[in-house]
Design a binder for this molecule. Structure first.
Ligand SMILES: *[C@@H]1O[C@H](CO)[C@@H](O)[C@H](O)[C@H]1NC(C)=O
Ligand SMILES: *[C@@H]1O[C@H](CO)[C@@H](O)[C@H](O)[C@H]1NC(C)=O
Ligand SMILES: *[C@@H]1O[C@H](CO)[C@@H](O)[C@H](O)[C@H]1NC(C)=O
Ligand SMILES: *[C@@H]1O[C@H](CO)[C@@H](O)[C@H](O)[C@H]1NC(C)=O
Length: 308
């Protein structure tokens, strides 16, 4: 019994000791579980926290990508806007032609420099040489090529009242018409043109600071019901003889515009001289409508002047 008691005691003691160690183990176990829990919750929490962060970060990077692309778009639209502004500066009110005279463009290298020496624009004096066909011979019986102009074809200086042409002093037209006008004559298509250097007339800095304007006008017409027409174009060139801005055209004046009356009608265009412009070419084109007869398209009093 003792033994058993001892054993029992022993056992008891053992159980006691074991009882005291068991809670320790339990505690340790619980501690381990706590730690496990804590670490697992920390891990879970950290995962929960980091996932949105990662999502946000990726979204942010996506956003920066999209924002950079949008800024790129803004930049490109801005550049296209500035490109679009270029022609705006040239001549807002003037009519446009997309195709300037090819013959003019290629052959306009022979220059006729303006003899005007004033450096500030403002005088309304015509920068063109012989814009009114009054300089040099005028056709009464012999051909008279335009004085001061380059030309192709039959264009001629014609006297009013020529009985073959039947364009009279008394026909509607400019009051200051003088004696002569430019007349198409025999060619179906005929041209004349002259180049005027502006730097002797106007300080280029004024042009480049958007302060110089042009006035461009002409009287255009033809004979009775026939639709032979004339048009005049103005093109600006830079110091490298490159085209700057847009070609401005006045005319054509059709027989309908003239109400089938032999006459000359006034047409004008006004605008800003484009930045970089140093010279301009004025080109006249006279075309017959129905091939075979005389080319009765005609022009008088072509004027270009600059002002501020
Ligand atoms: C972000 O931009 C880069 C460079 O343009 C490109 O290679 C990448 O695919 C873009 N990423 C997204 C998400 O659009
Ligand atoms: C362009 O045209 C617009 C509208 O006609 C005008 O308000 C603006 O001042 C012009 N810009 C220039 C540089 O001429
Ligand atoms: C022009 O012709 C008309 C009609 O034939 C005539 O009346 C007029 O006197 C002429 N004018 C000149 C300056 O020749
Ligand atoms: C007259 O000529 C102009 C220029 O060539 C042309 O645009 C117009 O259509 C013609 N008019 C008629 C009635 O044929």
């Amino acid at each position: 019994m003792n033994n058993s008691n001892k054993v029992g005691v022993d056992n008891d003691s053992e159980t006691v000791t074991s009882n005291t160690t068991q809670p320790k183990k339990l505690c340790e176990y619980l501690k381990k579980r706590k730690v496990m829990w804590i670490t697992s919750t920390i891990i879970v929490l950290s995962i929960i926290i980091t996932i949105p962060i990662v999502i946000i970060k990726t979204k942010e990077t996506n956003n920066t990508n999209t924002t950079t692309t949008t800024t790129e778009i803004i930049v490109t639209t801005k550049t296209t806007q500035t490109i679009k502004k270029e022609p705006n500066t040239t001549s807002p009110s003037a009519t446009r032609t997309s195709t300037p005279e090819p013959t003019t463009a290629s052959t306009s290298t022979s220059t006729t420099t303006s003899t005007l020496t004033a450096r500030t624009p403002g005088s309304k004096s015509n920068l063109l040489i012989n814009g009114d066909a009054e300089t040099g011979p005028c056709k009464a019986s012999n051909d008279a090529s335009p004085t001061g102009w380059n030309h192709l074809g039959s264009i001629t200086q014609m006297i009013y009242n020529n009985t073959n042409v039947e364009h009279y002093f008394t026909d509607p037209g400019p009051s200051d018409r003088g004696n002569c006008f430019f007349y198409g004559d025999t060619s179906d298509k005929t041209n004349m043109w002259q180049q005027v250097v502006m730097t002797s007339t106007v300080n280029p800095d004024l042009i480049d600071s958007h302060t110089v304007y042009f006035h461009f006008s002409a009287w255009l017409g033809g004979w009775k019901h026939q639709n032979d027409t004339a048009e005049v174009s103005l093109t600006f060139y830079g110091h490298m003889n490159q085209v700057v801005g847009i070609t401005v055209t006045v005319g054509p004046v059709t027989n309908t515009d003239r109400a089938d009356i032999t006459s000359l009608l006034y047409r004008e265009a006004n605008g800003l001289v484009p930045v970089g412009a140093r010279s301009f070419v004025v080109s006249v084109a006279i075309r017959v409508f129905e091939s075979g007869g005389a080319n009765d398209g005609c022009v008088d009093n072509i004027v270009v002047y600059l002002h501020q």
